[in-house]
Ligand binder design. Structure first.
Ligand code: IVH
Length: 706
């Protein structure tokens, strides 16, 4: 019998009692596990109880306890995989949803490469497999390492598990000496159904969808378990290589096929946007009968020399895009609207729904975006959904696309309860009571409480410890919430004084439920480990509005040291003068980001809090851009006139990749002018100022691309 059928007969009182019992039993089991005592119950029993708890909570969301076992950490031994730094980063893909997005993609590539709309330009169209990506490293024709994507830069070593997958060859004949093959691990529908049936009979975890099943199976610490799971693999890309595979994507895929990999048979070479879309429709029509999940079609520029010229943005290639299939939909009841307060004070309405299955996943929460969205109008006041507002009690349509948070998309007015009233969006922060205001032009209402708002403080802390920021092992959202609630940690600086305050003496970490001497020592060590922190991570970790990972890296590269950065931002506070101009001159920094930066240091309390943090740290200066011994690193370069071998955008990207600064105008600061035919006033000015001037061929020779 499944948990779900067993709980069908529970009434609310019985459910509450059962949740209390489960919290007790699982809490004790967790303590035993962490204290490394003999475990009191088997892993399978533990998992079964946890599933039962989750099923009851899904049915009675209001009964979820503050000490719910769902929130316990570390029950499954998630540690244990070695980390692998990818020789070449594993990128993700940009998305296209509409046909126009595909046309824009093609137009952008032509612009970048300087190709006319008529010039021939081939693409591959490949199904986008909905699994998880894996990088397989072969040396001398032997599989030596398999790694998951992880965060793109660092993944997990799953070599032993990958060796159990029959689609993955252990030895290759005639491969380059070094070859990293990349592709997708997935589970076919029939295998997934059979696995779930087996799991259910054995009282084991039942997976929500094939992708989760594939991920859970590949990331098993025990390869024997992986071996029992029917995983498959399609190859579609490569990383490190000692010799090129071919001249085109199509050729490379054929070569991979010859080497013994499975390559998706629906892959086609197409010659135009119209062909891409035709192929997309053909694949979509077959989607339901393929026998495995796909969530779109990936288009890639076929020529590998074009791919190389196009290169990458921070996390995605310019030469590929994923054209996603439309999202999956379901209808359900909107039970309540809750307001969550984010790191920057934004009030976000969250729909609490009667749980419903959308594309194989149970959805009970979905985003409602903002107050205009609920009211049925866009940010510019235009009606959306035909102007229909959304009310508690309404019958609403929910949709999700891939990993994206589910959204409430539509409302069925014919099913609206008679007593439903328009939703009144709060004008005070539900967490701290400060006024919540909407600035002109901002779609979002924000709490004005700043650091006094507990929700903002906690979200800032969660962001601070997150993976792309300080990434402190053993200190995740749950621990941060608890430490904040107990007033152990109120701001980032407090993390670094935690050992002094709670390492020994009366109120010690190791005495807390769920902790022991070993886990407490590990946490303190993990914290100490992050005192030496790269500047980019620190800037990102501060959680400044509009400053994401890429922007933080840019700022770090520009200012190099913390002192330079913080002093310059403080000086820029006047919003005029050289520091302000310098900030705006950084590629990618606009008025909005610059203002957010300045504001984040402007408040006395905020500045003091940052100062307390930095006093605990050893901030590592940013390295010069990875330029090898590039002759143009650190130089300011101006391009003018017509370039014949590359477009302006391409020249700029290439120069920046080599560590040069590209400017639009010639001044005394210019180190080099690259002038093509037709160069006019800039060439003259450069001559007047004595700036070195070279032509396009000279430039290519200089940077070694000739
Ligand atoms: S190419 C540098 N091709 O989709 C480009 N990715 O949303 C690397 N995926 O992380 C990706 N099928 O896990 C590529 N035919 C295909 C794919 C594919 C599935 C996955 C892959 C990637 C994700 C991006």
């Amino acid at each position: 019998m499944t948990e779900t059928s067993q709980i069908a007969g529970l009434d609310e009182a019985a459910a509450a009692e059962e949740l209390a019992r489960l919290a007790r039993v699982l809490g004790a089991a967790n303590t035993a596990y962490h204290g490394q005592d003999a475990p009191e119950i088997s892993d399978a029993e533990y998992d079964a109880l946890k599933r039962r708890n989750a099923a009851i909570e899904a049915r009675f969301p209001a009964l979820k306890r503050a000490d719910s076992p769902s929130d316990l950490v570390g029950a499954a031994p998630a540690e244990g995989f070695q980390k692998v730094t990818h020789a070449r980063a594993m990128m993700s893909l940009g998305n296209a949803f509409e046909d126009e997005d595909v046309a824009d993609f093609d137009a952008g590539i032509r612009r970048y490469l300087g190709l006319s709309a008529e010039a021939p330009l081939a693409y591959t169209a490949e199904p986008k497999i909905d699994g998880l990506s894996l990088s397989l490293r072969y040396e001398g024709g032997r599989l030596v390492q398999a790694a998951t994507r992880g965060d793109g830069a660092v993944g997990e070593n799953v070599t032993g598990n990958a060796r159990t997958i029959s689609d993955i060859p252990q030895v290759l004949d005639g491969a380059p000496d070094v070859l990293e093959v990349r592709g997708e691990v997935y589970m076919a529908h029939e295998d997934f159904d059979a696995l779930n049936a087996r799991q259910e009979t054995a009282g084991q975890k039942v997976f929500a969808n094939p992708r989760n099943a594939a991920a859970g199976s590949l990331r098993q610490l025990d390869s024997k378990i992986t071996a029992e799971r029917p995983l498959r693999f399609f190859a579609y890309a490569w990383g490190d290589l000692s010799a090129p595979l071919a001249d085109t994507q199509t050729g490379a895929l054929m070569r991979l096929k010859d080497l013994g990999f499975s390559v998706n048979p629906l892959t086609a070479t197409v010659a135009s946007v119209a062909d891409m879309i035709m192929h997309y429709k053909e694949i979509e029509a077959q989607r339901a009968t393929l026998g495995y999940d796909i969530d779109g079609v990936v288009y890639k520029v076929d020529s590998l020399s074009y791919q190389e010229r196009l290169g990458f943005r921070s996390t995605t290639p310019r030469w590929a895009i994923a054209h996603k299939f439309p999202a999956e939909l379901a209808w359900t009841r909107l039970e309540a609207i809750d307001i969550q307060v984010g790191r920057t004070g934004a009030l976000s309405p969250v729909a609490r729904l009667t749980p419903v299955t959308v594309g194989g996943v149970v959805v009970s929460n979905a985003t409602l975006h903002n107050e205009d969205y609920i009211a049925g109008r866009s940010a510019t006041g235009e009606p959306i959904r035909g102007g229909k507002d959304i009310r508690v009690g309404d019958w609403v349509q929910v949709y999700r696309a891939g990993d994206v948070i589910p959204k409430v998309a539509d409302v069925d007015l014919s099913k609206r309860p008679e007593d439903a009233v328009p939703y009144a969006f709060p004008t005070v922060c539900p967490e701290c009571g400060s006024p919540a205001i909407r600035e002109e032009g901002d779609a979002v209402r924000r709490c004005t409480g700043g650091l006094i708002c507990p929700a903002q403080a906690v979200e800032k802390l969660k962001h601070f410890v997150s993976r792309a920021a300080f990434d402190i092992e053993g200190l995740g959202s749950k621990q941060v919430e608890q430490f904040y609630r107990d007033q152990w940690i109120a701001e980032p600086a407090d993390i670094f004084t935690l050992r002094d305050r709670h390492g020994a003496g009366e109120d010690v970490l190791e005495a807390r439920e769920g902790w022991g001497k070993k886990s407490a020592d590990n946490l303190f060590a993990a914290i100490d480990d992050k005192r030496a922190i790269p500047l980019a991570r620190l800037i990102f970790g501060l959680g400044i509005r509009h400053v994401g990972e890429a922007a933080a890296s840019m700022l770090a590269r520009h200012y190099r040291t913390w002192d330079q950065f913080s002093e310059s931002v403080a000086q820029a506070a006047a919003q005029e003068g050289p520091a302000w101009e310098d900030l705006l001159a950084i590629d990618g920094v606009g008025q909005v980001m610059a203002r957010a930066l300045v504001t984040s240091f402007a408040g006395e309390a905020e500045a003091a809090s940052i100062a307390r943090l930095v006093a605990q740290l050893d901030v590592q200066p940013a390295e010069a851009p990875q330029t090898g011994d590039s002759p143009v690193a650190g130089k300011t370069v101006v391009f003018t006139g017509t370039l014949e071998k590359m477009t302006r955008a391409e020249a700029k990207a290439r120069a920046e990749a080599l560590g040069a600064k590209v400017s639009g105008s010639v001044s005394a600061k210019t180190d080099l002018l690259v002038a093509g035919p037709g160069a006019g006033s800039k060439a003259k000015k450069a001559a007047d100022l004595g700036v070195e001037t070279i032509d396009e061929d000279g430039w290519l020779t200089l940077i070694g691309d000739a």
